[in-house]
Design a protein around this ligand. Structure first.
Ligand SMILES: NC(=O)c1ccc[n+]([C@@H]2O[C@H](COP(=O)([O-])OP(=O)(O)OC[C@H]3O[C@@H](n4cnc5c(N)ncnc54)[C@H](O)[C@@H]3O)[C@@H](O)[C@H]2O)c1
Length: 243
């Protein structure tokens, strides 16, 4: 039998967007496992025992510097790419192209910048990356022609990195949440978004709590040693409804 490569569990993980919502729930679950966390976000984490790097993920120079500082606190073995901004939720005819470019910059450029800052410093050690895409990456929706394609591009970036980096011992995967009760969605509701309609269309009949998405992310990151290049919808059945 050929020798099997063992994946060392990460003892220090970087969570982008870890100051809020799903990312903050990931931070809490990782801490429960005794894993050290550094948050990369525009704002610092409010959690005790968490290191924070205030960084705009669109700025690769700043991301590289933040990763180098994180590495000084202990070898980073995993990254959860969970930062993000919402779309404008307007018809395609009204999308502001600067806002569209911003969505790609944050979600796609940011995801690649932090992923390669991590891989550049691994020095041959194994690693694991989980990106947070979205169910909007799978289907066409009205009023999502800015956010949806950016999240689909993030998912496709994940697949490419998974293929390139698997031989290096780096697993790359993604989770695609359905609507989840976080500040991002609360902001959409404040703007008139109809969450009750989302609940009615969801087979489970309710939205996700951030912890439920975080549990899938942490499983992908730490436990799913033979899963590579997959995007797992965590959506209460939303993507499998046939209408
Ligand atoms: N909440 C949902 O229903 C839902 C559904 C599908 C996918 N997602 C995705 O999940 C991820 C987390 O979303 P959330 O709902 O927890 O949002 P959130 O608004 O609660 O948190 C997002 C975090 O990302 C940070 N951030 C944004 N732009 C950044 C940048 N340029 N650099 C650094 N940090 C930045 C924000 O400061 C914030 O702390 C996002 O990628 C989002 O697209 C969310």
């Amino acid at each position: 039998m050929p020798e099997r490569k063992a994946e060392r569990p990460a003892d220090h993980v970087v969570v982008t967007g870890g100051a809020s919502g799903i990312g903050d729930a990931v931070v809490r679950l990782l801490q429960q496992r005794g894993i050290a966390v550094t948050v990369f976000d525009l704002s610092p984490s409010g959690r005790d025992g968490v290191a924070s790097e205030t960084v705009d993920l669109r700025d690769e120079t700043a991301v590289e510097a933040a990763m180098a500082r994180a590495q000084e606190r202990g070898p980073v073995g995993g990254v959860v790419v969970c930062h993000g901004i919402r779309g404008a939720y307007v018809p395609a005819l009204e999308i502001d192209l600067d806002r569209l470019r911003l969505l790609y910059d944050v979600h796609v450029v940011g995801a690649l910048a932090v992923s390669r800052a991590f891989v550049r410093r691994l020095g041959g050690a194994p690693g694991s990356i989980v990106m947070v895409s979205s169910t909007t990456a799978y289907r066409g929706w009205a009023n999502q022609a800015d956010y949806g394609p950016a999240k689909a591009a993030e998912r496709q970036l994940m697949e490419n990195l998974a293929v390139e980096w698997a031989p290096l011992g780096v697993r790359v995967n993604a989770v695609a949440p359905g609507h989840t009760l976080t500040p991002m969605v609360q902001d959409m509701v404040a703007g008139g978004y109809d969450l009750a309609a989302v609940e009615r269309r969801t087979p489970r009949g309710q939205l996700a709590a951030p912890d439920e998405i975080a549990a899938a992310i942490v499983w992908m990151l730490c436990d799913a040693t033979h899963v590579i290049g997959q995007c797992l919808p965590v959506d209460g059945g939303w993507t499998v409804v046939g209408r």
